[in-house]
Design a protein. Structure first.
Length: 141
């Protein structure tokens, strides 16, 4: 099992909810993925940019893909998780549709089954958005 890896094997989201296309980097507490929002996606606007209100989901999906990869790499089941809260999300510039977006995330802290993460969305090295989320990840049964 090597990277990059198709995200459809790592996260439960189907189309069109899954925007993360492939996981490219996975560390012990971080990950990087490539995402693309199509022109026909519900977040796409007529001006060729994505609606900022839903873009925090890219951070959650990248974290889920990295966790899925770690689980598969360790021959363990992929754990179920849910977005609990968006503590902060800042949009610095419009996010284009039909463009490869680089999403990077890192875990800041784990309290019980609550994972606190931060991440950013960029294109060609330009940071377009960043945020901090809380995710609930069900522990192994």
């Amino acid at each position: 099992m090597t990277l990059p890896m198709d995200a459809s094997e790592l996260v439960p989201h189907g189309e069109p909810a899954r925007m993360v296309r492939r996981l490219v980097v996975c560390g012990e507490s971080d990950g990087m993925a490539v995402a693309r929002i199509g022109a026909d996606h519900p977040l796409a606007r007529p001006d060729g940019t994505a609606e900022g209100a839903g873009l925090f989901e890219l951070l959650a999906q990248t974290y889920a893909a990295a966790g899925g990869y770690r689980s598969l790499h360790g021959a363990e089941p992929i754990l179920e998780g849910f977005l609990v809260s968006v503590d902060r999300f800042e949009l610095h510039a419009p996010v284009p549709v039909e463009t490869d977006l680089q999403i990077s995330v890192r875990r800041l802290e784990v309290v019980a089954e609550c994972h606190i993460i931060e991440g950013e969305i960029s294109v060609d090295g330009e940071r377009l958005a960043e945020g901090k989320l809380k995710l609930w990840i069900r522990g192994p049964s």
